[in-house]
Design a protein. Structure first.
Length: 405
């Protein structure tokens, strides 16, 4: 652990939630971008250093031995690791490897970068611990990385506040002494392999789907959730016979007055599709969309935040955290939709040809994760699972194509 460091601030309860759960199952994620344009590995190394200099979260470690409420500490002068993957690999295999490789939160930085490099094209994987960032953080980090390669100077940011601080909530209470946490449970969790697959929906199909969603008074997120539910039911009888629960992360940045900082600014929304629900995709999509509307406000998200605050205030250990994760966050499926990339796909002489995000898992054997993002007019889907439903992504694609017409 770093010995020369300064305390920055306590973790907010959502940050602590991710930090605690990481000790029983990995709570880091990655995004993957295909970049067109001529680069050198040395260009990427310099850009990663510039990215780290801009975002203070990319230099922290986390310690809970001095105080029971874990704190961010800054002082590590270690650069973000940049690993150049061997030729002949695929980004899916590298993503599987990265999700299977734990961070040590006591040793910063809590991010790493993987590069599959060719002279005219590269795949870059940004891998980040969930206690310091969310999916949109990585989307903005990608922009900054490519801007740095293109010669732009990146102004440094101040250390971002937690959700707790933005809401004016005091640091959660604790009278317990500091404690060293173990990753024994997480190591056990990672004895099973991670599986990652992906696809890109054609721009023409994506555009038709958006137009149809507008006419059906719903959203692309709603129809992805609906078609994924119907796809799962066509493959797995347990999905047909029981309720399907869907975890949809909610972006809080605008509500909290945050912009493009590297920080955790998300809340949880959950939708339940009962087994007797109509199997019409658009009707189901409208139901999903309607269920999320009340939760896209600070007031709507308050009960979940309060529940996490209360749970963290009990000073849970690793096993307690694993049980809480299993009880409260074990939805059948996570659909994490990062939406349309909020900047041009061309930055300097480089172009983002494709983007898959996020690759992430929660630690439940049967879980299925669909990451959704859109760039260059095309919807990108990535499926992550310990035990993937066979043909799941292809069945979703088939149903999305049918829904678009």
């Amino acid at each position: 652990m770093d010995t020369d460091f300064d305390v920055v601030r306590p973790l907010g309860v959502i940050e602590e939630f991710f930090w605690l759960f990481d000790h029983s199952c990995p709570k880091h994620f990655c995004i993957v971008a295909e970049i067109k344009g001529q680069t050198l590995v040395t260009d990427w190394r310099a850009a990663v250093d510039a990215l780290q200099a801009r975002h203070p979260m990319l230099s922290v470690s986390i310690d809970s031995t001095r105080q029971r409420v874990p704190h961010f500490y800054k002082g590590s002068r270690r650069p973000i690791p940049l690993r150049v993957a061997p030729s002949g690999t695929t980004w899916e295999r590298e993503a599987e490897r990265e999700i299977s490789t734990l961070f040590d939160p006591t040793e910063g930085p809590l991010a790493r970068v993987v590069l599959i490099h060719e002279l005219e094209k590269s795949f870059v994987l940004l891998v980040t611990h969930h206690a310091i960032a969310d999916g949109l953080s990585s989307i903005f980090m990608l922009r900054d990385l490519l801007s740095a390669i293109s010669g732009q100077l990146l102004d440094p940011y101040e250390f971002p506040p937690s959700i707790d601080q933005k809401l004016g909530v005091p640091t959660r209470p604790s009278s317990a002494p500091g404690k060293k946490f173990s990753h024994t449970l997480a190591v056990e969790c990672l004895k099973k392999p991670v599986h990652v697959t992906s696809l890109v929906l054609k721009p023409e199909t994506t555009n038709l789907l958006r137009e149809r969603a507008r006419l059906e008074r719903t959203t692309v997120h709603g129809i992805v959730c609906a078609t994924a539910t119907l796809a799962g039911r066509s493959i797995d009888p347990t999905w047909r016979d029981g309720a399907v629960s869907i975890f949809s992360p909610v972006d809080l940045r605008k509500l909290l007055g945050l912009n493009d900082e590297c920080v955790v600014a998300i809340a949880k929304a959950s939708t339940v599709i009962e087994p007797n629900a109509p199997d019409d995709a658009w009707e189901m999509a409208r139901s999903v969309t309607a269920s999320l509307v009340p939760l896209k406000t600070l007031e709507g998200g308050a009960p979940v935040f309060s529940a996490v605050y209360e749970a963290m205030s009990t000073d849970m250990d690793e096993a307690d955290g694993a049980r809480f994760n299993a009880d409260a966050f074990s939805e059948t499926m996570l659909v994490s939709n990062l939406g349309q990339v909020p900047y041009s796909s061309t930055i300097g002489n480089l172009t983002i040809e494709a983007l898959w995000a996020p690759v992430v898992l929660r630690g439940h054997d049967a879980e299925q994760t669909i990451g959704v993002s859109s760039i260059n007019g095309a919807l990108h889907l990535v499926h992550s699972s310990w035990y993937p439903l066979p043909g799941f992504l292809e069945e979703i694609e088939h149903r999305l194509q049918n829904a678009s017409v």
